[in-house]
Design a protein around this ligand. Structure first.
Ligand SMILES: [Zn+2]
Length: 238
């Protein structure tokens, strides 16, 4: 099976845009060991509801200077998430809340690390046999009449990049906060043995900004005419 990196386009055909953020998130941290101040804001679990949590106001876009407190907040939400989710600083939860305007195509990457779909597009992909798609309701307010129903896709981390495409001299991740000092290579290669066969849309486990669709996903999207304002770049496998 082939795998494709889903990318935004430089000049979109549709005018649609939104200004929104997920309702909650883990704060950023200052790591006492490596001294980095960081958060990783691309990983999003819109189905995770923190509204019953007594300390939900602490789950916001802010910096938590006390690392032990960050870990406590993280462990408090871990039972609400699927097993194996890394829960980096800055991980987002809950629906997108904000405003939206303009016309939207079937699939939308207004930000390159996030994928939204119109409900009818998601249903057509599911009917075509694409597996593991999870669309979550958004709280986007439109001024126009008859706005589209936009769903934010929840994509779990699966697989990893092949070590051959990463810098050979990379340092080990920080043993306390897990931060890695290397960035996404220009020519990413996927580690074939690590890739899922049962899920057709996911984030790469060690580079969560990279959203990958399987051949089944891309073929269905192309057949349905959804390759608008989105690029499918085949990734080499190693
Ligand atoms: Zn660290």
């Amino acid at each position: 099976m082939k795998f494709y990196w889903l990318r935004d386009v430089p000049t979109p055909r549709y005018s649609g845009s939104y200004n929104a953020a997920n309702k909650w998130g883990l704060p950023g941290v200052h790591c006492p060991l490596c001294d980095a101040i960081w958060s990783y804001g691309s990983d999003t679990y819109p189905s995770v509801d923190l509204s019953q949590l007594p300390e939900k106001e602490k789950y916001s876009a802010r910096l938590e200077k006390d690392y032990a407190e960050f870990e406590r907040l993280r462990e408090q939400v871990r039972p609400l998430l699927p097993a194996g989710v890394p829960l980096w600083p800055g991980t987002k939860f809950g629906p997108l809340v904000g405003t939206a305007q303009g016309e939207f195509g079937p699939l939308l990457m207004y930000y390159p690390w996030d994928l939204l779909m119109r409900r009818e597009a998601l249903e057509q992909l599911q009917a075509a046999g694409v597996q593991g798609l999870k669309g979550c309701g958004t709280e986007l307010r439109f001024r126009q009449k008859n706005p589209p129903e936009l769903l934010e896709m929840e994509m779990l981390p699966r697989g990893q990049l092949h070590p051959d495409c990463l810098p050979a001299d990379r340092l080990a991740p920080c043993t306390q906060c897990g931060r890695r000092g290397w960035s996404l290579p220009d020519e990413p290669m996927l580690d074939a043995a690590s890739l899922p066969q049962d899920v057709d849309l996911f984030r790469v486990g060690d580079f969560l900004t990279v959203i990958v669709g399987s051949e089944r996903f891309v073929e269905a999207a192309r057949r349905l005419g959804f390759e608008q304002d989105i690029l499918f770049r085949e990734l080499p496998l190693g």
